[in-house]
Structure formats: C-alpha cells, structure tokens
Unconditional design. Sequence first.
Length: 88
Amino acid sequence: MEKGFNSDISVRGKTVHVQTEDWGYANPYLVSRVFVGGAVLTTVKTPYAEALRVGPVQEAEALRLALRRQHQRILDELISGRLALEGR
C-alpha cells in the first residue's frame, strides 16, 4: 500500500513541497503538509472515518484513493491560487 506522496512545484516563483501521508491505524488520519522554505504553511488532516465514506469499496482501496485525492486537491489549490502563499 502507498504510504504517501511528495511533490515539489513552483507557485508564483516559489518552490512549494507538498507531502501527504497515511498515518496508519494507530493514528487514523491522512495528513498533508505544505512547506515553503522549509516551514509548514498549512496542514490538512482527514480522519479515516471521513475518508472511508465512499461506498462499497475495500477499506485499503478507499484509503489509497482518498490519499491520492487529498494530495491532488492541495496541488490544484496551490496552482489555482485558492491556497495562498502570502507572507511566505
């Protein structure tokens, strides 16, 4: 199973690192962090209970899809400007 994703993108002349991880059953969250210059700009935490509300799909597959969707959503928000980098 994929444990996470890492992406480096350029947004308005700044390098942004996005890291999305599955923290596992002991700490059941999907967590994304956006870094600019080594500092955390924002954190998005999704509990497993929310990620598993996708219908009749195996749990492991639902978590994998939710992890990928969350990572892509943050990248899309950065690129579109919906997630601002002001002050960074």
